[in-house]
Design a protein. Structure first.
Length: 87
């Protein structure tokens, strides 16, 4: 999180020599879709990467939260040498 704030506050201070050109296809308007090209600087690209990672964090957190009970259930099934019908 700290890195994101540093990138955000420093992004406007200096001009970036390297940019990437991204292409996005917009939702159709009147049946026609538009393709938009945009120059994205390195700082903005890093911010986009962080935003994507933060949006996926909840999915990862949910998986990690469910892993211990599933591991315990697997251990019990192996120890009993029986698989429960519910799973």
């Amino acid at each position: 999180c700290f890195e994101v704030f540093c990138i955000y506050f420093q992004s406007g201070n200096n001009e970036e020599p390297y940019v990437s050109i991204t292409k996005k296809r917009q939702m159709p308007k009147n049946g026609l879709s538009e393709e938009i090209e945009k120059e994205v600087g390195q700082a903005e690209g890093k911010l986009i990467t962080h935003r994507s990672a933060f949006s996926r964090a909840s999915v990862i957190q949910a998986f990690l939260g469910s892993a211990p009970p599933l591991t315990l259930q697997l251990y019990i099934s192996v120890m009993q040498q029986d698989v429960t019908v519910g799973r």
